[in-house]
Write a protein that binds this ligand. Structure first.
Ligand code: NAL
Length: 318
């Protein structure tokens, strides 16, 4: 089995590392809003969950139908069907345990927890943890259920007795809220394990003068189903993958918010294998970053390599 240090590779942040290393196992948990088809960014957390499972963690995945419904993603019935499709696909990565939002909602004990969580969190804090299409909750008019979202996410975590809350780094605010409320109310305090986010293929635009915090920037510019041009879907045929990668934002000598580099560094090298770029073989994302930054690897060479490896990776998941 894998050692705990290995589990922290290809992780953007862990809160806290000491708490994580002290866990010998336990329950690892991730929730997603079900919408099929999923994009390749989802694979980054899916493979991390597989590693956690291989290391002996009890991995539970929430098909967050109610949460998606709150966020206007469809009817509960449609969302359940989307959830089934996503689940079938993830079955090609690993066999996880699944729980659906409706199952939790049927238990009165869940709602008792939700009210307790709401009592343990200030309104200001809940607002800050409520993402609305990457914009701050205090900037837009919301229906009230959207404010329940982070409260329910925290209640889910307590309900299932989670030891490690896994998610993209865009989940930071919800997970930090869970940790603080756990401490205040005496629930088990989850470790937060955050995987990297892959930037939108159309890039991040002008960020100068932005007063956003980094997790808000991730949430605004991530690959996303709601911006189809931003994402490569696991169902895209090879020609489509190639076309999208070739057209992607890929600034020369810059790896920050460079989606092509990120696909190589966060997905392909860790979970597909060494990447051949212009006759060199990269087993370590940092070596690739160095050569890209000093110009030894051109954007076109990187795109060619990434498109080829990604097409191969997706073919194996068919
Ligand atoms: C993640 C999501 C929904 C509910 C959750 C409950 C517990 C732990 C994690 C959860 C989805 C996530 C998203 N908020 O933005 O996709």
């Amino acid at each position: 089995s894998l050692c705990m240090e290995h589990l922290l590779k290809n992780v953007e942040e862990v809160v806290t590392k000491e708490e994580f290393l002290r866990l010998g196992g336990g329950r690892a948990y991730l929730g997603f809003e079900p919408l099929w088809p999923i994009h390749v960014g989802w694979l980054v957390w899916a493979y991390k969950l597989r590693e956690l499972q291989e290391a002996g963690f009890d991995v539970v995945v929430l098909v967050a139908t109610w949460h998606a419904w709150i966020n206007d993603k469809g009817s509960l019935e449609e969302l359940r069907r989307h959830g089934d499709e996503v689940r079938q696909f993830l079955g090609k990565v690993a066999q996880f345990k699944y729980v659906y939002g409706e199952e939790l909602a049927k238990d009165p004990a869940y709602w008792e927890l939700a009210v307790r969580v709401a009592k343990g969190a200030s309104l200001a804090r809940v607002r800050r943890a409520t993402p609305v299409m990457g914009r701050r909750a205090e900037e837009v008019e919301l229906d009230f259920a959207k404010l329940l979202y982070p409260v329910l996410q925290v209640a889910d975590i307590f309900y299932l007795g989670v030891d490690v809350a896994v998610g993209g780094v865009d989940q930071r605010r919800a997970h930090m809220l869970a940790r603080d409320v756990a401490e205040k109310l005496g629930f088990k305090k989850p470790v937060a394990l955050h995987t990297p986010i892959i930037t939108s293929l159309s890039g991040v635009g002008r960020m100068e003068g932005s007063h956003r915090e980094i997790d808000e920037v991730y949430a605004m510019y991530k690959m996303s189903k709601s911006k189809p041009q931003s994402a490569i879907f696991v169902t895209d045929p090879p020609e489509e993958v190639e076309k999208k990668v070739w057209a992607a934002y890929c600034p020369p000598r810059e790896v920050r918010f460079n989606p092509v580099y990120e696909l190589a560094a966060y997905l392909l090298i860790p979970y597909h294998g060494p990447l051949e770029v212009g006759g060199r073989r990269y087993e370590d994302p940092q070596a690739l970053a160095n050569d890209y930054k000093n110009g030894d690897v051109s954007p076109q060479a990187l795109k060619d390599a990434v498109a080829k490896a990604l097409i191969d990776m997706l073919a194996k998941l068919k």
